[in-house]
Write a protein that binds this ligand. Structure first.
Ligand SMILES: [Zn+2]
Ligand SMILES: [Zn+2]
Length: 323
């Protein structure tokens, strides 16, 4: 009995993705690739299809449209990596075909891709120091995603020894002249004990989509003892001796505004202070005021150009340039 001719075997093919997907990619990244099927005999497989199985099981069908150097490829397609970090598995299936003189075997391949959370970095700025015990103040906390995500609306925290002491929400606009540094002004209250405070600005990454790594930035500030003494300030105009009301006065970091009689009481802890007086049209300075108990001082403020006068001078200057 004559042997029947051997059953014809289909051509074997290899399938894959071009360019090769890196072993690790960012969560939620868009990748532009072509799917390919390569027959060892270099057959042109245009018109046949490849199925792509996403990590969530969704299947999309792509036609092979190009044939270059013995490999048949699809058009460029855009795939998005999952938002959740971890290993994601993609499937690629070539169904094969038995029609026609030449047949091609089916082929399938699974590709593992390590999906990484986005790296983030935190910066904290505008931290006043020193701050009197128990005083409310604000710091700015900014967060930047390495992939430049818009992190608007996400929460930031300030923590002291792991305990949350302030919260803020990242705003819509990045800090001027930065790329993607979204920021929040976070209100906090200084500790009740004097000394050096070591706090941190925190981005937890919780609820961020796609997944983001948490990050933090430590910051320090000095906490001053509570004011125990009183600086009774009288601010006068040097030329006339008249009281200067409504002037901003600063004794170190402690602030007040003079009343109609040119007077302001500023409670401060013991120490040595620069006293500064500022108001539109006047300025005064008293360096090195030593405070060991209640003290009364007078500061004679000198006349300086008002904002209106400076504005007028600038306009005159500009007129002279162009007139
Ligand atoms: Zn072939
Ligand atoms: Zn991001």
């Amino acid at each position: 009995m004559a042997a029947s001719p051997p059953r014809s075997l289909g051509h074997a093919v290899t399938i894959g993705v071009r360019p090769a997907v890196p072993a690790a990619v960012d969560a939620g990244a868009a990748l532009t690739v072509r799917l390919f099927v390569a027959c060892r005999s270099g057959c042109d497989l245009r018109g046949r299809i490849v199925r792509l199985v996403a990590p969530d099981g969704a299947v999309t069908v792509h036609e092979l449209t190009g044939h270059v150097d013995g490999t048949t490829v699809t058009d460029e397609i855009c795939v998005h990596t999952p938002h959740a970090a971890g290993v994601s598995t993609w499937g690629l299936v070539f169904p094969g075909h038995a029609a026609g003189r030449v047949t091609h075997d089916a082929a399938a391949v699974a590709m593992d891709v390590d999906v990484r959370p986005h790296d983030t970095s935190v910066v904290v700025w505008d931290v006043p120091s020193p701050v009197p015990v128990g005083t409310p103040f604000t710091v700015k906390v900014g967060v930047r995603c390495a992939t430049l995500c818009r992190l608007t609306g996400h929460a930031v925290e300030v923590r002291a020894d792991g305990v949350t002491v302030g919260r803020g929400t990242l705003g819509a606009l990045p800090w001027p002249d930065t790329r993607g540094l979204h920021w929040a002004e976070v209100p906090v209250v200084a500790p009740a004990t004097p000394g050096l405070a070591h706090w941190a600005g925190i981005f937890t990454g919780v609820n961020a989509t796609p997944d983001h790594r948490a990050s933090q930035a430590p910051f320090t500030f000095r906490v001053e003892p509570p004011p125990a003494h009183r600086v009774a300030l009288t601010v006068t105009v040097r030329d006339t001796g008249a009281p200067l009301g409504g002037a901003d006065v600063r004794v170190g970091v402690y602030r007040a505004v003079t009343d109609a009689a040119g007077q302001a009481d500023v409670p401060v802890p013991a120490g040595s202070y620069d006293v500064v007086v500022e108001t539109d049209g006047f300025a005064g300075h008293l360096p090195g005021l030593d405070v060991h108990g209640d003290v009364s001082v007078t500061v004679a403020a000198v006349r300086t150009p008002t904002e209106a006068e400076e504005h007028e001078a600038l306009e005159r200057y500009e007129a002279s340039q162009w007139g």
